[in-house]
Design a protein around this ligand. Structure first.
Ligand code: NDP
Length: 285
């Protein structure tokens, strides 16, 4: 959308790329439920255009979502930011009131709600393994640590990124059990999984048919009671493996739904019409 087209909207999602985003269909189903019309658009923004977008938003919008790659870049433009967003250095939702911009991250609560709905797991006391340490894993790990998770293990291709995240988490939460390994270190990953209830697949692998497996799925064999949540919105090789081996599993579409529902409530103060938003999302996926 151009800035002129976006003037007909009150909310939007920005990113690069953005064409694939299903947030407009999901959020507009929510706004239409309340008779507010289709007021959520999407805008491709280059990094150099961020400042221009923010000034446009300040004057014309009530809020916006931020997706890859700007969840961190948006922070210097904001007037205030929630504690967990500040800790994870990631903002995916901005509310605008009287020209003031307040940022938060709903990725963590979106994932937590999906784990509750699919596996009946609460974040408090949770023992969890992240495969991946990118933006999504970081936002979720900080949300989990802030909300009483017992242990967080991080397996990542680049060990340095896992190390950075784990040492920041341990500094902020000295009682949290936290350890790291390389994604390819099957022995250590397997020992983390034996001591955990949930594995979160948070690498970007699995979206395309030609993607390699993020790790050797055989590490999942003989681990009783483990639940596997894949952040990718569709069925992946990992989820197929889980189905074939009787492992509880779910794909990332409900995380997307519940983070969107939390954004809707942050903006409007109204209860998100989750079923209408789910329908909007399913029609778009
Ligand atoms: P980032 O780009 O920030 O992180 C990507 C992660 O994938 C890193 O851990 C990276 O490892 C790893 N990775 C990438 N390529 C490879 C590879 N070839 N082998 C091993 N590891 C690899 O992405 P995000 O964290 O933002 O997103 C991750 C996934 O989660 C995406 O697919 C995204 O669509 C999905 N997502 C889903 C959401 C939902 O609502 N369901 C919300 C947000 C994200 P390294 O550090 O070594 O580069």
């Amino acid at each position: 959308m151009t800035f002129d087209e976006l003037k007909n909207c009150k909310y939007a999602v920005i990113g690069n790329p953005i064409a694939h985003s299903k947030s407009p269909q999901m959020q507009n189903a929510g706004f239409e439920f309340y008779g507010m019309g289709s007021i959520y658009g999407k805008k491709f923004v280059e990094k150099e255009e961020l400042a221009e977008f923010v000034e446009f938003a300040r004057k014309n919008l009530n809020g916006f979502n931020i997706t890859v790659p700007y969840k961190q870049d948006i922070i210097p433009f904001l007037d205030e930011i929630s504690r967990s967003a500040q800790m994870s250095n990631s903002v995916n939702t901005v509310r605008i009131e009287n020209g003031r911009l307040s940022g938060t991250s709903t990725d963590g609560v979106g994932l937590a709600t999906a784990l509750q709905v699919h596996f009946n797991k609460d974040v408090e006391g949770l023992k969890v393994v992240f495969a991946g340490a990118g933006g999504a894993a970081q936002a979720a790990a900080w949300y989990f640590a802030c909300n009483g998770a017992e242990s967080i293990f991080i397996a990542n291709r680049s060990l340095s990124k896992a190390e950075q995240l784990a040492s920041a988490l341990k500094k902020a939460f000295p009682d949290l059990e936290c350890d790291i390994c390389e994604l390819a270190d099957g022995e250590k990953l397997s020992s983390f999984l034996q001591r955990s209830e949930v594995l979160i697949q948070a690498t970007s692998l699995g979206l395309k048919a030609e993607d390699n497996a993020p790790f050797d799925f055989d590490v999942l064999a003989n681990i009783s009671g483990l639940c596997v949540y894949d952040l990718i919105y569709k069925e992946t090789e990992l989820l197929n493996y889980c189905r074939e081996h009787g492992i509880k599993h779910a794909n990332g579409s409900d995380m997307l739904l519940y983070q969107g529902a939390a954004s809707f409530e942050f903006w409007t103060g109204k209860k998100a019409p989750v079923e209408a938003m789910r329908q909007g999302l399913e029609n778009a996926l």
